[in-house]
Design a protein. Structure first.
Length: 104
């Protein structure tokens, strides 16, 4: 089964056709297609590696939806100082469905 390593949002993901992945928010509407940067392509024993990107290779993905991730809560505390604070956030995410992986 063929797979690729793609890079988006400063992170790398291992993807195959039909996979659903959550990545950092992309400025693309739901239902539209986008292409991702390919770092590595592997099909069985055949592996192609880019430096830094694999020329001629592309991964096409469809944007399924834009959503927020799970809530992350951090509690700041300094002992004996009377200081405590609760901070938190929810990451903005884009869900992608991998449609195709193509090489030269």
């Amino acid at each position: 089964m063929a797979y690729a390593i793609v890079q988006t949002g400063g992170k790398q993901y291992r993807v195959a056709e039909g996979d659903l992945i959550d990545v950092e928010k992309l400025d693309v509407e739901a239902g539209k297609d986008t292409t991702l940067e390919v770092l590595l392509f592997a099909d069985g024993d055949k592996v192609q590696l880019g430096a830094p990107l694999l020329a001629g290779a592309s991964v096409t993905a469809e944007v399924v939806d834009q959503h927020k991730g799970d809530k992350v809560i951090a509690y700041k505390f300094k002992r004996r100082k009377g200081y405590h604070r609760t901070v938190g956030h929810r990451r903005q995410l884009t869900r992608l469905k991998i449609k195709s992986i193509s090489t030269k």
